[in-house]
Design a protein around this ligand. Sequence first.
Ligand code: CA
Length: 134
Amino acid sequence: MVNTIPVASDVEAETFEDAVVFITLTASDTDDGGDIAPHFTLSALPAHGTLYATDPLFGPKPAEPAQAGTAYAADGWSYDSESNTWSRTFFFVPALEWSGTTTFDYVVTDSANADSAPATATITLRKKPRQRPP
Ligand SMILES: [Ca+2]
């Protein structure tokens, strides 16, 4: 049986400055059963803040800073049998008062060690709306 190469999806997340951004990387693969979760590998880390592999607010302490080149398992509960997708959420803590857009690329690896083409995760922090002076 020929293995189908997994597909990584371009994903985006956006929030206001000084907030934690949840960015969910997504993989699909048509030939792996739901019991075989793919892995996500970051090609590089985003600028202007710190990306975490575990939730810095509610996860285990201390939160684990994400590393480029490390294979992270899909979240076990994330499998969707209708779309054959898995996901893994990362958490971006932006530099104080920074706003703008930062990106990083990632690759998905399936259980047969086949790599997807790279996809891009885009994180946008918008300026907070300012109160008008009274
Ligand atoms: Ca596959």
